[in-house]
Structure formats: C-alpha cells, structure tokens
Design a protein around this ligand. Structure first.
Ligand code: IFM
Length: 728
C-alpha cells in the first residue's frame, strides 16, 4: 500500500479557493461536495452538487442543482468572528485523504488572549449516499468563550440560478431542515442536519438571512479538546415521495449511529473499492499517487446508487458544462469501470440506452434518421448544449457555435461504449431489444448522413465538427468517418446476434439493414496517409486541412488580443490555421492502431503533436496512449502525468470566452488510468484472452493491479519485462 494517501495544502491563499474546491472534493456519486472551507459563502464556490437533477431558471442554461449547503460553519471567540479570509490565520492547512474520501482542515488563529485551533473533517458517505458526516474540534490554550455556529446555508453558488424557490426552514429537537422546490419541475429538495456535542451545552437555533444555524457555546479549559459531530442528509423528489419526512427520519437515525460508526462504514466501502482498483507503481511514487488520486475522483462520482445514470464532464464539482454527459464517459472513463467495477460500467451504458428517445427526437429535429445523441446530455437525453455555447470576450455577445448540431461523432461513442461493454464483460444481456435498438439507431443515423457524388465510388460525411472543436463545419473528418464505419459494422454484428438470441426488435428487417450497413461501411470514405512528399504517412484531419496556414502554436497564441479569447469558430485565431484544440487524428489512430503500421502512427503523432494546443484536458491522454503504441513510453510519460495531474495542478483552462468551465476533469483521470493499465501495463485482449505486454517508461520499474475481464478478476504483476496475469 502507498505510504500516504493525503493531498495537503499548507498556508492560505484566498485566490486558490476555486481550484482547491475541486482538488479536495468528496463525493459518492449521488452528491459531490466541493473542498471548500466551512465558512465560505457563495462567492467562494462551495457546493453540494447533486447528480441527475436539473433545473432551468429564467433564460439561463439548464444545469444541475446545488443543494442548500449543510457544511456551513464558523467560529466566534470572545464575541469576535474567526473565519477565513476575513481573519488571518496563524497557521492553516487543508486537504483530502483520497483513500477514504475525507476532507479535512486545521486552522489556528491567534486571538488577543491566546491561540485557538479548529479542526474539521467531512465525508460524503459511500455506504449511504444521502449522508454527509462532519466533525468539528476546537482547542484553545486559554479559557476562551467559544461559539460555534453551524447549519445550512441556502444562499448557494449557482452559475445560472437561483434554482430553488419556496424555501422553508424548520427546527425540531435540534434538527434543522431546509426544504425547497426547483423552478422548472417543482421537484422538492430537503436537507436536514443534526449536531451532537461531547460536552454539556445548550444548543440553540438562529436564522440569519438564508442561513439556519445552531449556536453551540462553551468555555474552553486550556489545552482541552472539544468535539461536535454533525450529520446531514439530502433527499429529493427523485429519491422518494416525501423527501422532507425522509430527511427528518434519516437524520435522526444517522445521528444516533454516531460519526465514528458512519465513518467506519464509509471507510469499509472505500477499502472494498480499492481492493479491485488500486494501482501500485514501483519506482515512481509520484506517478502512483497521481494515478490513484485520479481513480479517487472517478470512484467519487460513480452513480452506483442507481441503475441508469452517467457521469457529467466535470463530475460532481459544480454546474460547468450544465452538469451534462459528453463523449467523455464512453471514450475516456468507461475503461476504468469496465476493468475495476463492471456493474458501474453497466449503469453508465444503461443511461445511454434509456435516453435513446431523446436521441431519436434530436435526429428527427435536424432532419436525420436514427439516433443523434445529445452533445451535452441531461435526463431523458435532452441536449442542454446551447447554439451559443461561448460568449465573445470583446462584445459580450453569445457566439454561434455548432457543437450541438455538428459533433456527430457522439452517437458513435455511444455505440462504441456498448460494444466495448459487451467485449470486456461478455454480458450480452445489455443487448436486449432496447440495447440492440440503441446500436442500430446510431447506425441508421450515420446511414442517413451519407453523401454520394455521382462521379465518386465512395460515400462521404460533410458538415461536421470532429474532436478538434476549433474547426467547425468541415467535411470528411477522418475520426468521425472511422467511428461511423465502426458503428455501421457494429450494428451488423448486433443485428446478427439479436436474430440468433431472439432479441431482434420486431420492426427491424435485419437482412435489409445488414445489407445497407455493410455497403455503407465498405464504401465510407476514409482519408489515407499521404503517399509521398514531406507529409508522407500523415493523414489529413479533414478535407482541406493541409491547405490551412501552417502557423506555429506560439505564432497563433501571439495573435490573441485577450487571454480568454475563444480560439475556434468563425473568427478564432486557430480556425484558419492547422492549430487544433485536441487530439483528433491521433484519437482515431489510437482506437484503430492495428489498422496501420507503426511508422504511420509515428508520422501522425509527430505531425499533429506540435500543432495541438491541448486546450482540452482530454487531449494529453490520447497522445500518451498512442506514444505507448509506437513503443515510446518515455514520450508518453509527460502526457500521462498531465492527465493524471489535471486536478492536482493549477493551470487548466477555466474559461471558454466568458463562460466559466472550471471543475474537476474525470475524462483526464480516465485517460491516466487507460495509459497506466493499457499503455504502460500493455493490458489487452488477444483471441479472447487477457494478456499483458508491458512497455514501461524509465521511471517505472513495475506495476501491480487487478483487472476484470469476462466476469473474472485477474491479478497482474509486472516487473521490468516480466509479467504475469493470474485469475484472482
Ligand atoms: O467533451 C469535451 C470536448 O471534447 C472538449 N470540450 C470539453 C468537453 C467536455 O469535457
């Protein structure tokens, strides 16, 4: 086991509050609780972000809701308020135990009469997802007159809120309850909390504006420690009929169990998760920490409490990207769950199957057939993506972007996820009638996109946006076309299996569909590696890409007039150049590397990497993976670390024009896992068997981890060039 599973920040800097809120997040798939200090109010971005429950306020974007914040607390000493940043601390540290999802802080203030120390910790229970456990401890070196104010703050941070109305506050037997309804669908949301002190005190209740608080008073003895436990629960109308009653009942019961018992159950659940997922890396402790910290984030946002839900692109760290699900899940996060927790992988895929209706409607809306999945998917497959997804920094006006209508590769990601699920788990029950329909409708979508010039023997797909979002409305994006081909071929495979298994939906004429899809897959145009010249071996990302200005990244960056300016779209600095936002051809070649020789893979890596801004946290992982495939793990390594450190280091993009896009980066976390296990560890399937062909970078001497394949768990050991895969 690793020596220490703690990420610590010592000292205090107010400006770090947003990024530490991401870094020290705790969560359990039902809620994500940002790693912000207890005393923080909305301007410092605290949030108890709820999964799968959305609201639209006025003309604002529809986004997930942040519950009233039950972590709120601050101290008064001798009648004076002590909280950060208003009162400078003598010392301050905070962090997260990422083995067990426990946030902590320790702050000492110097007062006129002596020093007082406040410790807090909190966890979002992995064993009961409605529960938040908290503990406050204080100790002074003098007889301090202390008051701890702690309760529920209803003035929550929102990007496009407020989302909660008809707010009611209630108090009964030391239980505080805040109850409210969402605007759009009138969904009730209840938060309750109860406190218990380990010293005799009278607990009173006070309401201050939108905060409902307990007031707990004590006179400290010098050097003596005093502890207060707080239990909070969150329920919504999506969980039960009467969240108010449920919250009251649950908070009583959970408070009665006590902090230590709740913590023990939570820790036990985390240990169970790590049993299947911990990655040991010999010789490179920082890589090991970064990978496991990435996995910590993926575990914290996995929707295990339901049977059909997916993970938003910024996890449960807030409302960025409208809390919506992107291709990030299937193409970047899914492998982690397939290989360590297949039951969760099924939940993620079930979400896509259950949101097929939304995808059918979207396709019909744009005049296509089949299923065009939401680029930014909310419940029911509703596409939350705006036609104006970026705000221009110069005019403050919304800019027309085409992510929603033209990122047509999204449906292929859904088909890819389902097929990959079946391949890794061998669980074909997902391909019941609805599962079959999902894959086939994705194929029908691409079929309806095909264009044919009378003088050319092949089909084309025009007017799309590929993974590189800077170049909009392009023709024959290689990635999109290859993924469309994959989808058409997958549909044929699925239709044939469904016929055998009796899961073929009645409305399908399997023979006719197979014939059409096979023809389409065979004739779909794929750009080929250049045959000669200085670009020999390089594949053109889309029609005409090579004719764009070949400016360097520095030149293009130098043309920016504003640091938050958007690089893509009609007038972006990158749009008329070969500078791309993120891996595009490289993503394609990584997924289908066996179709090309190593030299071609290398040529493309070499050509595109210097032309990639890596403006998306998704990018580095694809470069890392492909570098492993061309036998260059040492070149993969910095890209791997970049993915693994996405939430540990400052410097990620926080703005798209004037739109805030900060938060955690679960796709990068998933990419770090894929690089470690599949790239360095060389885990792959050959002839239906799990094999390990390691390719370790210099700093890594060996690895140990577990992998599920076909319902069986395997233990993998790698030492240098030696490796073993054993059933566990
Ligand atoms: O899905 C990505 C996209 O590829 C780039 N912009 C951010 C999205 C969410 O992570």
């Amino acid at each position: 086991m690793m020596p220490e599973w703690v990420i610590l920040e010592e000292g205090y800097a107010e400006e770090n509050a947003p990024s530490l809120g991401n870094r020290f997040l705790v969560g359990n798939g039902y809620m994500g609780v940002r790693g912000t200090l207890e005393e923080y109010e909305a301007d410092k971005l605290p949030a108890v972000n709820l999964a799968g429950i959305y609201d639209k306020a006025g003309d604002g974007w529809r986004e997930p809701i942040n519950a009233p914040n039950p972590c709120y607390a601050y101290l008064k000493v001798d009648g004076e308020i002590y909280r950060l940043p208003d009162r400078e601390a003598k010392s301050h540290k905070m962090g997260v135990d990422y083995r067990h999802g426990i946030f902590f802080r320790e702050t000492v203030w110097h007062t006129q009469r002596g020093n007082i120390k406040l410790w807090t910790e909190r966890f979002a229970s992995m064993s009961d997802v409605h529960v938040l456990g908290m503990r406050y401890r204080v100790c002074a070196d003098f007889h301090a007159d202390v008051e701890l104010l702690t309760g529920i703050d209803s003035a929550v941070w929102d990007l496009n809120g407020p989302h909660l109305e008809r707010l009611a506050m209630k108090e009964r037997d030391n239980t505080l309850l805040v109850y409210a309804y969402t605007h759009e669908e009138d969904i009730p949301v209840a938060v309750a909390e109860k406190v218990k002190a380990d010293f005799p005190t009278q607990i009173r209740t006070t309401v201050k504006g939108e905060k409902m608080l307990h007031r707990i008073n004590l006179i400290t003895k010098p050097g003596e420690e005093y502890s207060i436990e707080k239990t909070a629960v969150v329920y919504t109308g999506k969980d039960c009929k009467n969240p108010e009653a449920e919250a009251q009942r649950a908070v009583e019961a959970k408070c009665e169990e006590g902090y230590d018992a709740l913590l023990a159950a939570h820790v036990e659940r985390w240990e169970e998760l790590w049993k299947h997922s911990e990655v040991t890396i010999l010789g490179d402790e920082s890589a090991m920490r970064a990978v496991n910290y990435s996995l910590y984030h993926l575990h914290s946002i996995a929707p295990r409490h339901t049977d059909s839900l997916s993970i938003p692109a910024r996890g449960l760290s807030g409302q960025t990207y409208k809390g919506a699900v992107f291709w990030d899940t299937e193409m970047f996060m899914l492998d982690f769950f397939l290989m360590t927790d297949p039951a969760t992988a099924r939940i993620l895929m079930k979400y896509r199957i259950d949101t097929l209706e939304g995808a059918l409607k979207k396709a019909a809306h744009y005049g296509f057939e089949g299923a065009f999945y939401a680029w930014e998917s909310q419940e029911g497959g509703f596409d939350a993506c705006s036609d104006y997804n970026v705000t221009d920094v110069f005019t403050g006006r919304p800019m027309r972007t085409f992510f929603k209508d033209k990122q047509m590769h999204i449906s292929a990601a859904v088909a890819y996820g389902i097929l990959r699920y079946v391949e890794w788990t061998k669980d074909i029950t997902i391909l019941d009638e609805k599962g079959v329909r999902t894959v086939v409708e994705c194929a029908r979508f691409y079929y309806s996109l095909l264009l044919k010039h009378l003088n050319k023997p092949y089909y084309e797909i025009h007017d799309v946006i590929g993974p590189d979002e800077y170049h909009e409305r392009i023709n024959n994006n290689g990635y999109t076309n290859r993924m469309a081909k994959f989808t058409l071929e997958s549909a044929v495979e699925v239709l044939k299996k469904a016929k055998q298994n009796g899961t073929l939906p009645k409305e399908y004429d399997a023979e006719k569909l197979c014939e059409e899809f096979e023809d389409a897959a065979r004739k779909l145009y794929l750009p080929k590696p250049q045959q000669d010249g200085e670009k020999k071996g390089v594949i053109e990302q889309f029609d005409g890409y090579f004719t764009l200005e070949d400016a360097s990244l520095e030149q293009v960056r130098g043309r920016l007039l504003h640091e938050k300016e958007y690089w893509g779209g009609a007038y972006g600095v990158a749009s008329h150049t070969q500078i791309i936002k993120q891996a595009d051809v490289v993503t394609w070649l990584n997924l289908f590397s066996e179709e090309y020789d190593v030299e071609t893979l290398r040529e493309n890596w070499e050509y595109y990497e210097p032309r990639t801004e890596h403006g998306s946290s998704l990018s580095a992982g694809m470069y890392a993976m492909l570098a492993c495939k061309i036998g260059e793990p040492d070149r993969a390594y910095p890209f791997f670390l970049k993915s693994a450190m996405a939430d540990l280091q400052a410097g990620g993009k926080e703005w798209a024009g004037l739109i805030y896009i900060g938060g955690t980066h679960p796709a990068a976390a998933g990419a770090a896992y894929m690089t470690a296990i599949r790239g360095f560890g060389g885990i792959t399937i050959e002839n239906g068997k799990l094999v390990c062909r390691p390719s370790l970078p210099k700093s890594i001497q060996g690895m140990q981890f577990h992998v599920f394949y076909g319902g069986q768990e395997y233990e993998v050991n790698i030492e240098g060039n030696e490796s073993s895969v054993k059933a566990f």
